[in-house]
Design a protein around this ligand. Structure first.
Ligand code: SF4
Ligand code: SF4
Length: 330
């Protein structure tokens, strides 16, 4: 067992980590692996739990990890409000929920993004601290692994005090039994995350304030929910924003290949496509023409890619396309 001491602790004696993600990216498993590496491999005492809703994919997930000295009991089971390290698995979450709440200017932030640390700091509006950026989705795509192992690699590099080999052992322990064939690729993904992070440190220069942690309360609770469990928010409406449900891939529309058959329109669960009636220059008759999709509503399920008979929709990495430019604004 490796021995090392925990470099920073709060007033209760804990080093605390919070992972912010969406369901489907593997933050829950990542939290378990990081906690296990600290406890089994480094000899700390530790705990981990996650908080998520009933949906399997696409909705916010937080995972919390605490490390303390071996002989200290853990009697706290509440969410981490002021993390020493914040891991952001999906950068678009910042537009939806206050993921940086409680992050102090001496904290470390690890974010999955194609932005450099300077731009990531601006995007997250961080007061200061150390920022590590890694394009985890792109690496995961190249290595054919899930992005959580890439993020674990970047987080291990940022933490410094948990041994890299210990973390690899925890990954092997988790994935080795169930997914032996994939283990090598997972370890490659981990190494790539570890080595490809970019880092920059920012002083607290007053440009952005520290946001205090406040528990996000839902609009409806047991005291005021409508009788009968009626859902009062429309599932599909102009106000809906599904962008945070995407996991790095988009359907890209190629107008020049499209035969306007409408298969994508009838398949898409979120009515993303825009068809307009126009005169067909060949027949002189009016026909519905596909003008593309609005990415505000697209959750990246890629069903439309599967059904398109002429490859007018292709599966692409979101980070490689300026999709705002091809988004139809309603
Ligand atoms: S399924 Fe393909 S060809 Fe048919 S309308 Fe959609 S994009 Fe065009
Ligand atoms: S990937 Fe295609 S089918 Fe799925 S939500 Fe987006 S546009 Fe609709």
């Amino acid at each position: 067992m490796q021995k090392s001491s925990i470099p920073k602790k709060n007033q209760f004696g804990f080093y605390e980590i919070r992972l912010e993600s969406i369901g489907g990216l593997g933050a829950n498993v990542a939290g378990k692996i990081i906690a296990e590496a600290g406890v089994v491999g480094m000899g700390f005492n530790g705990s981990n739990f996650a908080s998520y809703g009933s949906e399997k994919k696409g909705t916010p997930v937080s995972s919390f990890i605490r490390y303390c000295d071996e002989d200290q009991p853990i009697r706290i089971n509440s969410p981490v409000t002021e993390p020493h390290l914040l891991g952001v698995f999906h950068e678009n979450l910042a537009a939806r929920i206050p993921i940086t709440a409680g992050v102090k200017p001496d904290a470390t932030v690890v974010i999955n993004t194609d932005k450099d640390p300077q731009k990531a700091r601006e995007y997250l509006r961080l007061a200061g601290g150390k920022i590590f950026t890694v394009d985890a989705i792109k690496i995961a795509y190249e290595e054919k692994v899930r992005m959580n192992v890439v993020m674990i690699g970047a987080i291990t590099r940022a933490m410094e005090f948990v041994d890299k080999e210990v973390m690899k052992e925890a990954i092997s322990e988790t994935f080795g039994k169930k997914y032996q064939k994939q283990l090598e690729a997972n370890l490659r993904g981990f190494e790539a995350g570890y080595s490809q992070v970019e880092v920059m440190e920012f002083d607290e220069d007053g440009r952005f304030p520290v946001i205090s942690f406040k528990e996000v309360q839902g609009d409806w609770g047991y005291e005021n929910a409508p009788i009968g469990g009626v859902i009062v928010e429309a599932g599909s409406s102009i106000l809906k924003n599904n962008q945070t449900s995407r996991q790095g891939k988009i359907p890209l529309f190629h107008l020049d290949r499209c035969i306007h058959c409408g298969m994508c329109e009838t398949t898409c669960p979120d009515y993303c496509f825009s068809f307009v009636e126009k005169e067909d220059s060949k027949t002189g008759k009016n026909q519905m023409f596909n003008e593309g999709l609005d990415y505000q509503f697209c959750k990246g399920c890629l069903r439309c890619v599967d059904v398109c008979p002429v490859e007018a929709l292709t599966e692409e990495l979101e980070a490689e396309h300026e999709i705002d430019k091809i988004t139809i604004k309603l």
